[in-house]
Ligand binder design. Structure first.
Ligand code: ASP
Length: 314
Protein backbone atom coordinates (compact mmCIF):
# COMPACT_ATOMS: atom_id res chain seq x y z
CA UNK A 1 0.00 0.00 0.00
CA UNK A 2 1.27 3.51 -0.83
CA UNK A 3 1.22 6.51 1.50
CA UNK A 4 0.86 9.22 -1.10
CA UNK A 5 -1.29 9.89 -4.07
CA UNK A 6 0.51 8.95 -7.27
CA UNK A 7 0.06 11.32 -10.20
CA UNK A 8 -1.35 8.53 -12.33
CA UNK A 9 -1.90 4.80 -11.97
CA UNK A 10 -3.05 1.86 -14.03
CA UNK A 11 -4.12 -1.70 -13.20
CA UNK A 12 -5.01 -4.38 -15.72
CA UNK A 13 -6.24 -7.97 -15.67
CA UNK A 14 -6.30 -10.81 -18.14
CA UNK A 15 -8.82 -12.97 -16.33
CA UNK A 16 -9.14 -14.93 -13.11
CA UNK A 17 -8.88 -18.72 -12.98
CA UNK A 18 -7.37 -21.88 -11.57
CA UNK A 19 -3.73 -21.00 -12.36
CA UNK A 20 -1.32 -22.34 -9.71
CA UNK A 21 2.49 -22.39 -9.72
CA UNK A 22 2.54 -26.19 -9.45
CA UNK A 23 0.21 -26.76 -12.42
CA UNK A 24 1.44 -23.97 -14.69
CA UNK A 25 5.04 -24.48 -15.84
CA UNK A 26 7.20 -21.42 -16.39
CA UNK A 27 7.22 -21.85 -20.16
CA UNK A 28 3.42 -21.63 -20.17
CA UNK A 29 3.48 -18.42 -18.14
CA UNK A 30 5.74 -16.51 -20.54
CA UNK A 31 3.18 -15.51 -23.21
CA UNK A 32 0.72 -14.28 -20.58
CA UNK A 33 3.39 -12.25 -18.81
CA UNK A 34 4.49 -10.80 -22.15
CA UNK A 35 0.89 -9.87 -23.00
CA UNK A 36 0.40 -8.18 -19.65
CA UNK A 37 3.70 -6.30 -20.04
CA UNK A 38 2.69 -5.08 -23.49
CA UNK A 39 -0.73 -3.91 -22.28
CA UNK A 40 0.80 -2.20 -19.25
CA UNK A 41 3.30 -0.45 -21.51
CA UNK A 42 0.55 0.78 -23.84
CA UNK A 43 -1.56 2.15 -20.99
CA UNK A 44 1.25 3.72 -19.01
CA UNK A 45 2.65 5.41 -22.14
CA UNK A 46 -0.67 7.27 -22.43
CA UNK A 47 -0.74 8.28 -18.76
CA UNK A 48 2.93 9.26 -18.55
CA UNK A 49 2.42 11.58 -21.52
CA UNK A 50 -0.43 13.31 -19.68
CA UNK A 51 -3.17 11.43 -21.54
CA UNK A 52 -6.58 10.58 -20.14
CA UNK A 53 -7.59 7.57 -18.09
CA UNK A 54 -10.11 6.74 -20.83
CA UNK A 55 -7.39 6.63 -23.49
CA UNK A 56 -5.17 4.56 -21.20
CA UNK A 57 -7.77 1.87 -20.46
CA UNK A 58 -8.72 1.73 -24.16
CA UNK A 59 -5.08 1.31 -25.20
CA UNK A 60 -4.36 -1.40 -22.63
CA UNK A 61 -7.51 -3.39 -23.40
CA UNK A 62 -6.94 -3.23 -27.17
CA UNK A 63 -3.50 -4.83 -26.75
CA UNK A 64 -5.09 -7.70 -24.81
CA UNK A 65 -7.96 -8.02 -27.31
CA UNK A 66 -5.41 -8.51 -30.09
CA UNK A 67 -3.43 -11.08 -28.08
CA UNK A 68 -4.82 -14.59 -28.74
CA UNK A 69 -3.87 -15.83 -25.26
CA UNK A 70 -6.63 -13.83 -23.63
CA UNK A 71 -10.37 -14.38 -23.87
CA UNK A 72 -11.28 -11.14 -25.59
CA UNK A 73 -11.19 -10.11 -29.23
CA UNK A 74 -8.82 -12.56 -30.96
CA UNK A 75 -8.69 -15.72 -28.83
CA UNK A 76 -12.24 -15.36 -27.50
CA UNK A 77 -13.86 -18.55 -26.22
CA UNK A 78 -16.56 -20.35 -28.19
CA UNK A 79 -20.25 -20.65 -27.46
CA UNK A 80 -21.64 -24.20 -27.32
CA UNK A 81 -22.80 -23.48 -30.85
CA UNK A 82 -19.21 -22.90 -31.99
CA UNK A 83 -19.41 -19.14 -32.49
CA UNK A 84 -17.52 -16.23 -30.89
CA UNK A 85 -19.80 -13.64 -29.29
CA UNK A 86 -18.00 -10.69 -27.77
CA UNK A 87 -19.00 -8.25 -25.04
CA UNK A 88 -17.25 -5.05 -23.93
CA UNK A 89 -17.82 -1.90 -21.90
CA UNK A 90 -16.09 1.34 -21.00
CA UNK A 91 -16.94 4.02 -18.46
CA UNK A 92 -15.69 7.54 -17.77
CA UNK A 93 -15.53 8.29 -14.05
CA UNK A 94 -15.63 12.07 -14.54
CA UNK A 95 -18.98 12.19 -16.32
CA UNK A 96 -20.27 8.68 -15.55
CA UNK A 97 -20.90 8.32 -19.27
CA UNK A 98 -20.66 4.72 -20.37
CA UNK A 99 -20.78 2.63 -23.53
CA UNK A 100 -21.21 -1.11 -23.99
CA UNK A 101 -21.73 -3.72 -26.67
CA UNK A 102 -22.91 -7.31 -26.38
CA UNK A 103 -23.03 -10.33 -28.65
CA UNK A 104 -20.93 -8.92 -31.48
CA UNK A 105 -18.78 -10.92 -33.89
CA UNK A 106 -17.32 -8.67 -36.56
CA UNK A 107 -15.68 -5.74 -34.78
CA UNK A 108 -11.94 -6.29 -34.34
CA UNK A 109 -11.71 -4.33 -31.08
CA UNK A 110 -14.98 -4.48 -29.17
CA UNK A 111 -13.81 -1.89 -26.62
CA UNK A 112 -13.45 0.63 -29.45
CA UNK A 113 -17.06 0.06 -30.42
CA UNK A 114 -18.16 0.40 -26.77
CA UNK A 115 -16.36 3.73 -26.66
CA UNK A 116 -18.05 4.86 -29.87
CA UNK A 117 -21.43 4.00 -28.33
CA UNK A 118 -20.50 6.21 -25.37
CA UNK A 119 -19.15 9.10 -27.39
CA UNK A 120 -21.19 9.08 -30.59
CA UNK A 121 -24.62 7.76 -29.68
CA UNK A 122 -27.26 8.74 -27.14
CA UNK A 123 -27.28 5.15 -25.85
CA UNK A 124 -25.31 3.18 -23.28
CA UNK A 125 -25.60 -0.32 -24.72
CA UNK A 126 -26.07 -1.80 -28.19
CA UNK A 127 -26.24 -5.50 -29.03
CA UNK A 128 -25.82 -7.86 -31.97
CA UNK A 129 -26.52 -6.71 -35.51
CA UNK A 130 -27.54 -3.21 -34.41
CA UNK A 131 -24.21 -2.72 -32.66
CA UNK A 132 -22.30 -4.00 -35.69
CA UNK A 133 -24.18 -1.68 -38.04
CA UNK A 134 -23.37 1.25 -35.77
CA UNK A 135 -19.70 0.19 -35.80
CA UNK A 136 -19.62 0.12 -39.60
CA UNK A 137 -21.25 3.56 -39.72
CA UNK A 138 -18.57 4.81 -37.33
CA UNK A 139 -15.82 3.42 -39.56
CA UNK A 140 -14.60 1.00 -36.90
CA UNK A 141 -12.45 -1.83 -38.25
CA UNK A 142 -14.44 -4.96 -39.13
CA UNK A 143 -13.01 -8.47 -39.54
CA UNK A 144 -14.16 -11.85 -40.72
CA UNK A 145 -15.42 -13.84 -37.69
CA UNK A 146 -12.52 -16.28 -38.29
CA UNK A 147 -10.20 -13.58 -36.96
CA UNK A 148 -11.37 -14.33 -33.40
CA UNK A 149 -11.15 -18.14 -33.59
CA UNK A 150 -8.03 -19.97 -32.39
CA UNK A 151 -7.31 -23.72 -32.38
CA UNK A 152 -6.73 -23.71 -28.60
CA UNK A 153 -10.16 -22.22 -27.85
CA UNK A 154 -11.75 -24.76 -30.20
CA UNK A 155 -9.93 -27.56 -28.37
CA UNK A 156 -11.23 -26.22 -25.05
CA UNK A 157 -14.81 -26.29 -26.34
CA UNK A 158 -14.39 -29.89 -27.51
CA UNK A 159 -12.93 -30.82 -24.12
CA UNK A 160 -15.83 -29.18 -22.32
CA UNK A 161 -18.28 -31.11 -24.46
CA UNK A 162 -16.43 -34.43 -24.08
CA UNK A 163 -16.01 -34.13 -20.32
CA UNK A 164 -19.47 -32.65 -19.86
CA UNK A 165 -17.94 -30.01 -17.64
CA UNK A 166 -20.05 -27.64 -15.62
CA UNK A 167 -20.52 -24.14 -16.89
CA UNK A 168 -18.20 -22.57 -14.36
CA UNK A 169 -15.35 -25.02 -14.38
CA UNK A 170 -12.49 -22.60 -13.83
CA UNK A 171 -10.05 -24.91 -15.59
CA UNK A 172 -11.36 -23.87 -18.94
CA UNK A 173 -13.14 -20.62 -18.25
CA UNK A 174 -12.35 -16.97 -17.68
CA UNK A 175 -9.65 -14.91 -19.33
CA UNK A 176 -11.63 -11.74 -19.75
CA UNK A 177 -9.48 -8.61 -19.93
CA UNK A 178 -9.88 -5.24 -18.27
CA UNK A 179 -8.18 -2.06 -17.18
CA UNK A 180 -8.75 0.71 -14.66
CA UNK A 181 -6.83 3.96 -14.48
CA UNK A 182 -6.48 7.31 -12.78
CA UNK A 183 -4.94 10.06 -14.87
CA UNK A 184 -2.85 13.05 -13.82
CA UNK A 185 -5.98 15.22 -13.88
CA UNK A 186 -7.49 12.95 -11.22
CA UNK A 187 -10.09 11.29 -13.45
CA UNK A 188 -10.89 7.58 -13.39
CA UNK A 189 -11.93 5.15 -16.12
CA UNK A 190 -12.65 1.44 -16.47
CA UNK A 191 -12.93 -0.91 -19.45
CA UNK A 192 -13.63 -4.64 -19.80
CA UNK A 193 -13.73 -6.93 -22.85
CA UNK A 194 -14.55 -10.63 -23.11
CA UNK A 195 -15.62 -13.61 -25.15
CA UNK A 196 -17.64 -14.73 -22.12
CA UNK A 197 -17.65 -18.34 -20.95
CA UNK A 198 -16.63 -21.40 -22.99
CA UNK A 199 -19.75 -23.32 -23.98
CA UNK A 200 -22.13 -20.49 -23.07
CA UNK A 201 -25.51 -20.62 -24.71
CA UNK A 202 -25.56 -18.34 -27.77
CA UNK A 203 -27.17 -15.03 -26.92
CA UNK A 204 -25.96 -15.23 -23.33
CA UNK A 205 -24.59 -11.95 -21.98
CA UNK A 206 -22.33 -11.86 -18.93
CA UNK A 207 -21.37 -9.21 -16.42
CA UNK A 208 -18.52 -7.62 -18.42
CA UNK A 209 -20.62 -5.27 -20.60
CA UNK A 210 -23.14 -4.53 -17.86
CA UNK A 211 -22.43 -1.17 -16.27
CA UNK A 212 -22.39 -1.71 -12.51
CA UNK A 213 -21.77 -5.46 -12.71
CA UNK A 214 -18.46 -6.07 -14.52
CA UNK A 215 -17.48 -2.47 -15.23
CA UNK A 216 -17.92 0.80 -13.34
CA UNK A 217 -16.12 4.12 -12.86
CA UNK A 218 -16.98 7.09 -10.68
CA UNK A 219 -14.47 9.80 -9.78
CA UNK A 220 -16.10 10.02 -6.35
CA UNK A 221 -15.12 6.48 -5.39
CA UNK A 222 -13.24 4.16 -7.74
CA UNK A 223 -13.06 2.38 -11.09
CA UNK A 224 -13.58 -1.39 -11.26
CA UNK A 225 -13.19 -4.10 -13.89
CA UNK A 226 -14.24 -7.64 -13.01
CA UNK A 227 -13.63 -11.17 -14.25
CA UNK A 228 -15.29 -14.35 -13.13
CA UNK A 229 -18.61 -16.15 -12.99
CA UNK A 230 -20.68 -13.53 -14.78
CA UNK A 231 -24.11 -14.65 -13.63
CA UNK A 232 -23.20 -14.32 -9.94
CA UNK A 233 -21.38 -11.05 -10.60
CA UNK A 234 -24.51 -9.61 -12.22
CA UNK A 235 -26.67 -10.69 -9.29
CA UNK A 236 -24.21 -9.17 -6.80
CA UNK A 237 -23.83 -5.95 -8.82
CA UNK A 238 -20.13 -6.35 -8.14
CA UNK A 239 -18.54 -3.20 -9.60
CA UNK A 240 -21.21 -0.74 -8.47
CA UNK A 241 -21.39 -2.33 -5.01
CA UNK A 242 -17.63 -1.91 -4.49
CA UNK A 243 -17.97 1.76 -5.43
CA UNK A 244 -20.98 2.25 -3.15
CA UNK A 245 -19.20 0.73 -0.17
CA UNK A 246 -16.24 3.04 -0.69
CA UNK A 247 -18.32 6.17 -1.29
CA UNK A 248 -21.10 5.69 1.23
CA UNK A 249 -19.54 3.56 3.94
CA UNK A 250 -15.99 4.91 3.65
CA UNK A 251 -14.58 1.41 3.26
CA UNK A 252 -11.02 0.81 2.17
CA UNK A 253 -10.57 -0.30 -1.47
CA UNK A 254 -9.30 -3.75 -0.58
CA UNK A 255 -11.89 -4.40 2.14
CA UNK A 256 -14.74 -3.37 -0.17
CA UNK A 257 -13.46 -5.55 -3.02
CA UNK A 258 -12.92 -8.58 -0.77
CA UNK A 259 -16.38 -8.27 0.81
CA UNK A 260 -18.20 -7.99 -2.51
CA UNK A 261 -16.30 -10.93 -4.02
CA UNK A 262 -17.23 -13.02 -0.98
CA UNK A 263 -20.86 -12.06 -1.55
CA UNK A 264 -20.70 -13.05 -5.24
CA UNK A 265 -19.07 -16.33 -4.29
CA UNK A 266 -21.82 -17.13 -1.78
CA UNK A 267 -24.55 -16.12 -4.24
CA UNK A 268 -23.10 -18.31 -6.99
CA UNK A 269 -23.10 -21.39 -4.79
CA UNK A 270 -26.67 -22.16 -5.90
CA UNK A 271 -25.89 -22.03 -9.60
CA UNK A 272 -22.50 -23.57 -10.27
CA UNK A 273 -20.07 -20.90 -9.11
CA UNK A 274 -19.45 -17.33 -8.11
CA UNK A 275 -15.68 -17.06 -8.11
CA UNK A 276 -13.60 -14.44 -9.85
CA UNK A 277 -11.59 -11.30 -9.32
CA UNK A 278 -11.53 -7.53 -9.65
CA UNK A 279 -9.05 -4.73 -10.21
CA UNK A 280 -9.82 -1.42 -8.54
CA UNK A 281 -8.31 2.06 -8.62
CA UNK A 282 -9.40 4.59 -6.01
CA UNK A 283 -9.94 8.31 -6.38
CA UNK A 284 -6.54 8.80 -4.73
CA UNK A 285 -4.84 6.59 -7.32
CA UNK A 286 -4.20 3.60 -5.08
CA UNK A 287 -4.89 0.26 -6.75
CA UNK A 288 -6.12 -3.07 -5.40
CA UNK A 289 -6.42 -6.62 -6.69
CA UNK A 290 -8.89 -9.07 -5.17
CA UNK A 291 -9.82 -12.62 -6.17
CA UNK A 292 -11.52 -15.76 -4.92
CA UNK A 293 -9.79 -17.92 -7.55
CA UNK A 294 -6.26 -19.32 -7.14
CA UNK A 295 -4.93 -16.89 -9.72
CA UNK A 296 -5.62 -13.83 -11.85
CA UNK A 297 -3.48 -12.52 -14.71
CA UNK A 298 -2.80 -8.99 -13.55
CA UNK A 299 -0.40 -6.05 -13.57
CA UNK A 300 -0.16 -2.50 -12.31
CA UNK A 301 2.05 0.55 -12.45
CA UNK A 302 1.99 4.14 -11.26
CA UNK A 303 3.91 7.41 -11.49
CA UNK A 304 5.67 6.70 -8.17
CA UNK A 305 7.45 3.70 -9.67
CA UNK A 306 5.13 0.92 -8.50
CA UNK A 307 5.33 -1.95 -10.99
CA UNK A 308 3.93 -5.44 -10.61
CA UNK A 309 3.06 -8.26 -13.01
CA UNK A 310 1.59 -11.41 -11.45
CA UNK A 311 -0.43 -14.55 -12.12
CA UNK A 312 -0.81 -16.46 -8.86
CA UNK A 313 -2.55 -15.55 -5.64
CA UNK A 314 -0.76 -14.89 -2.39
N1 ASP B 1 -17.05 -12.53 -16.49
C1 ASP B 1 -17.02 -13.08 -17.81
C2 ASP B 1 -18.39 -13.53 -18.20
O1 ASP B 1 -19.08 -14.08 -17.37
C3 ASP B 1 -16.09 -14.25 -17.95
C4 ASP B 1 -14.68 -13.98 -17.53
O2 ASP B 1 -14.42 -13.18 -16.64
O3 ASP B 1 -13.79 -14.58 -18.13
O4 ASP B 1 -18.74 -13.39 -19.34
Amino acid sequence: MQDQTPKWSLAIHGGAGSMRPDTMPEADRAPYLAGLEAALAAGTAVLAAGGSALDAVSAAVMVLEDDPHFNAGRGAVFTYHGTNELDAAIMDGATRKAGAVAGIGHTKNPVKLARAVMEHSPHVMLSGAGAEEFGREQGIEQVDPDWFATPERWRQLQELKARKLGWFDVDLKYGTVGAVARDAAGHLAAATSTGGLTGKRWGRIGDSPLIGAGTYADDRSCAVSATGAGEAFIRAGVAQEIGARIRLAGEDLQAAADAVLADARALGADSGGGDGGVIVVGADGRTAFAMTTPGMYRARADSDGLREVAIFGA
